[in-house]
Design a protein around this ligand. Sequence first.
Ligand SMILES: [Zn+2]
Length: 234
Amino acid sequence: MNTPSRRSILTATLAAGLVGCGSQRSEEPVVGTVPPTGGSVADGKQALERLLAGNARFVVAQEQDLDEGIARRIAVSKGQHPFATILGCVDSRVPIELVFDQGLGDLVVVRSAGGALDQSVIGSLEFGVAELHTPLLLVLGHQRCGALDATLKALDKPTDHPGKLGYLVDTLAPAVRQIAGKSGDRLTNAVHANVTHVLAELRRSPVIAPLEKSGNLQLAGAYYELDTGKVTVT
Ligand SMILES: [Zn+2]
C-alpha cells in the first residue's frame, strides 16, 4: 500500500490552508466575508481601541461572552476578516487572544520568543496586513520576558547555546545592545528597546512600508504587564 509521507501530507495541508486564506475562487473561502466578533473596524485607530477595550475587560476578568460555538466556527470556516495583526512572544502567560479578549476570526497572531524577527515571522506579518488586510499591526512586548533576559545575560557573559537558541539570542541582541548606559531596570528597558527595534525593522518591509504610507495600515508598539494584565501602548 502506498502511504503518503508525513511531509507530503503536511505540504498538501499547508498549501490548501494558504489557498483557503487568500483565494478569491468562487468555490473557495473568500477573505472578508465574515466580520470579526465586534463587527468591522474603519481603521487602525479603531482597531487599537477595540484591542484596548478587550484588554480592559481582561484586566478585571469580565470578558465578553465570545461566540465560539458551532455556528461561529462554521461561519469563519468560510471566510475571515480579522481586524488586527499582532506579533507577540511565545511566553505562556501572554496568550494574545485572551489578553485582548478576542475570538475566532478576530486576530492574526504571530508569536516568536521575544518577538524575534526572521523571514517567516516577517512574511507571516506581511500576510496578515497585505492579504488579510488588517488595518493595524501591533508589536507587543511584555514584562519579565525570558528571551530578552537570556539575551541580556548572554551579552554580559558569552554563552554557547545549543540548537537554535543561539540564533534567537543573536537576533534579539541588536535591540538589547541599545539599552547600554540607560538608567532603570535593564530588562524592562530591553523589552521596550526591542519593540522599537522590531517596529523599525518592519517599516523596512516593501509590503508593510507602503501600506503605512498610504494610510491603510497603522503600526503600534505596546507593553503587557504580567502583574496587572494591562496592555499600554508605547
Ligand atoms: Zn517573552
